[in-house]
Design a protein around this ligand. Structure first.
Ligand code: NDP
Ligand code: AKG
Ligand code: MG
Length: 744
């Protein structure tokens, strides 16, 4: 497939961003048409991906193309321009819900085999696995990541600071992580001197050799790691931390990234569930096994599976579960009103968003009593847990951050070509029996090996050389362009990072470093250094690996801006194209709930506005189309004005929401285009629209308000009904008519 120079691909995803798109696409098309820019949709929602995978089960009318695969290919072409909205990286409970909805809508796709036994079930399971977890982002992210708060956004936050919870020195909130037996402790790393194929196998203590992965092709210069997490150490750690919280009267919370680390973290999550509720699990072990309860999917799996039992048995189990709470610490809640705990579903508490929200709230999470409490935040993997503890220490000493004065922390993240843990899913295994886990080259030489026990999680990660070189270049460029110090957050004591540091030092030599401040520091030192600057109003670029890219681009924006939705998130594709992500957060399931119940969508589309502007700018640079350049510039002006006039959506029903905010963007954008004089054609096209929108501002805002406060029908969750969504998301007849008239 060839990319076309004046085409923007706009992804249709899930939940709140999909709803926002329903309203935004007609606006975008109205504005880009006179510049000859085509905006095409590409549905990569979790439902569309399931249907593409199970095409053979569908009728001709139901079949959909594999859009994700097509987009993946396009990222390797130089003219590609994709705007990517956040999508669901489905946990098993989310996938099950999507399958159920599709089946109810008449799609004859198979059930999800949670515990596949037959060959057929194993094949179905493997096909569904392609739709699980981070299945979209790694395919599209064929470049490194540049995430930052644009100046206008930062200035807005300084003028209109969001609320911050108070930090007290007496806060008992802390992070608990493993001190041995985790991936950090059990890591070995090496750089390949030449290309070769390797296999991953397990030589068991009983003398068998189990082939786990027949072939991974490696190229010269690539860094590979072998690392494992000990089940025994993990379970002992959980037991100790649960006991400690109980004895000291602390609330307990678990923070993992089961969606992105889709093989390892559900297992890590599952052990926590089993240990927390160990008495109930011990008592009903046999029954749970028969029912196919899978703790990796959280307590939701247990509640789902026991539905089929007779009432009395079900009651007994629920009582036994509740009885566990008597000698366990209080659990942090996701929804205290509905009794949904932190251990309910692995996608309810996602570390990159959950830890910053807790720190922003002054180190507190919700308890079952509907009040905020200090918490023991359990993050088993020490590599990254420590950065949060460092920030917590800092807040305890210095108090909460002040958004009106604090500096900004942009990120340059290593991400391309499925870098590091991101690409490890197909090379992660739960070890079936004790032995030696090995990475063996095709000439029979064992490259890396580790002693593992039954139940350990063993994985191999890869990091190719070209992305590292590109990442170093991006970091130096950003440091120079923004005149900001850049710190590589790398720990020389971690074997993988020791290899990486060598390469960073090599590639830094390719650049003129005069006048730029580049340093390398371990994660905890880098955090401390950055925070000392942050509270003095100074900016510092964090240059990190893939996991910290994810964590820090929620952490700092949430402190600085109140949300990571307001981030500019650019992926300069290594092949020359551009992937423009909208914000740094997710698809906000809570927002859909509010829309359905009260017809108010509090989703902020600022991320979309920012992404569209850089997408247009990139297109104008590449095509030289002056109209597109004007569109980009005026959109930036409009976004600035939107912030200045405080026309972002409010979280409260009855006030301006996503739809109203989009209207204001359109009004300001049309005005900026009508006022500019460089391009008379654009001016003529937009003048009537600008006038109509201004003349009808109050009427349109009132039309948006009038629908609020009542339930809204969007015809589904994973597969929304297009017509119903249009009706809900475009309720202003006056605004719709104005857009239509402009296009006519
Ligand atoms: N790039 C991607 O594709 C990503 C996808 N995800 C996926 O998103 C889903 C939800 O993940 P979760 O960890 O809950 O994170 P989210 O970022 O979706 O939500 C956390 C909170 O952030 C706030 N928020 C996020 N985006 C916006 C926005 N545009 N406007 C206003 N507020 C916003 C909301 O706060 P409030 O409720 O206070 O309004 C929301 O509840 C999961 O399925 C996950 O896999 C997650 C991260 C990135
Ligand atoms: O790919 C995912 O599942 C999540 C990605 C994410 O959280 C991020 O890139 O910030
Ligand atoms: Mg993230």
């Amino acid at each position: 497939m060839a990319a076309e120079k004046s085409k923007i691909i706009y992804t249709l995803t899930d939940e709140a961003p999909l709803l926002a798109t329903c309203a935004f696409l007609p606006i975008i098309r109205t504005f880009t048409a006179p510049a000859g820019v085509e905006v095409v949709k590409s549905d990569i929602s979790v439902a569309a991906r399931i249907l593409a995978e199970f095409s053979d089960c569908l009728t001709a009318e139901q079949k959909v193309p594999d859009n994700l695969a097509a987009l993946g290919k396009m990222t390797l072409l130089p003219d590609t321009n994709i705007i990517k909205l956040p999508n669901i990286s489905a946990s098993v409970p989310q996938l099950l819900a999507a399958i159920k909805e599709l089946q109810l809508k008449g799609y004859k796709i198979p059930n999800f085999p949670d515990d596949p036994k037959s060959e057929e079930e194993k094949v179905t399971r493997a096909r569904y696995s392609k739709c699980l977890g981070s299945a979209v982002n790694p395919v599209l992210r064929e470049g490194n990541s540049d995430r930052r708060a644009p100046n206008a956004v930062k200035q807005f936050a300084r003028k209109h600071p969001h609320s911050m919870g108070e930090w007290s020195q007496a806060s008992r909130t802390h992070v608990s992580h493993m001190h041995g037996g985790d991936f950090y402790a059990g890591e070995k790393s090496m750089t390949m001197t030449k290309a070769c194929d390797v296999k991953m196998d397990l030589v068991t203590k009983s003398g068998k050799t189990i082939l786990l992965k027949p072939k991974v092709s490696l190229i010269a210069g690539e860094i590979i790691d072998s690392m494992f997490m000990s089940k025994k150490a993990l379970c002992e750690f959980y037991e100790k931390e649960i006991e400690d919280a109980y004895k000291t009267g602390m609330m307990w919370s678990l923070h993992v990234k089961a969606t992105m680390m889709k093989i390892s973290h559900p297992i890590v999550f599952g052990h926590a569930v089993k240990i927390f509720y160990k008495d109930a699990f011990a008592k009903h072990a046999k029954l749970f096994e028969e029912l196919g309860v899978n703790v990796n999917n959280g307590m939701s799996s247990l509640y789902e599976k026991i539905k089929t039992l007779p009432e009395s048995k079900r009651e007994e189990i629920i009582q036994d579960v509740h009885a566990c709470h008597e000698h366990r610490p209080a659990l942090a809640m996701v929804d205290s009103a509905k009794g949904i705990t932190n251990l309910h579903s692995p996608s309810d508490v996602i570390v990159d968003a959950s830890m910053p929200a807790m720190i922003r709230a002054g180190g507190k999470m919700w308890g079952a009593d509907g009040r905020l409490h200090d918490t023991k935040a359990v993050i088993p993997e020490s590599t990254f847990a420590r950065i949060y503890q460092e920030m917590i220490n800092f807040c305890k000493t210095h108090g909460n951050f002040d958004p009106t004065t604090m500096g900004t922390v942009p990120n340059v993240g290593l991400m391309a070509q499925q870098a590091e843990e991101y690409g490890s899913h197909d090379k992660t295994f739960e070890i079936p029996e004790a032995g030696i886990a090995r990475i063996v080259a095709d000439d029979g030489i064992v490259l890396l090996e580790q002693h593992v026990e039954e139940g350990d999680i063993w994985r191999m990660c890869q990091l190719k050389d070209a992305p590292i070189r590109d990442w170093v270049k991006l970091a130096v460029n950003r440091a120079r362009l923004s005149n900001t110090p850049a710190v590589f957050w790398l720990d020389e004591y971690r074997p993988h990072e020791a290899e990486l540091i060598k390469k960073v030092n090599t590639y830094l030599k390719e650049h003129d470093l005069k006048g730029v401040d580049i340093q390398i520091m371990s994660q905890t030192r880098a955090m401390r250094y950055t925070l000392e600057r942050v509270i003095r109003g100074k900016d510092t670029i964090s240059v990190t690996g893939n996991i910290l890219r994810d964590y820090l681009t929620d952490l700092f924006p949430i402190m600085e801006l109140g949300t990571s939705a307001k981030m500019l998130s650019i992926v300069p594709l290594m092949a020359g194209g551009g992937l423009f992500e909208t914000g740094a957060g997710g698809s906000a399931p809570k927002h859909v709930q509010q829309l359905v119940e009260e017809n108010h969508l509090r989703w902020d589309s600022l991320g979309e506005f920012l992404a569209l502007a850089v997408s247009l700018e990139d297109m104008s640079d590449k095509t030289g189309n002056p109209k597109v350049k004007i569109l980009a510039r005026t959109l930036d002006e409009a976004t600035g004005k939107l912030l200045l006039n405080n026309k972002s959506p409010s979280p409260r029903t009855g006030e301006l929401d996503n739809r109203g905010s989009q209207f204001y963007l359109a009004m300001y954008w049309a005005d900026a285009l009508a006022t500019q004089t460089e391009d008379k054609e654009l001016q003529a096209y937009f003048t009537p629209l600008a006038k109509t929108l201004q003349a009808n501002e109050q009427k349109i805002v009132d039309e948006f308000k009038a629908v609020q406060g009542k339930p809204a029908d969007i015809g589904g969750y994973f597969v929304m009904d297009t017509e119903k969504c249009k009706a809900v998301m475009r309720p202003s007849a006056t605004f719709n008519a104005a857009l239509k008239a402009a296009r006519a």
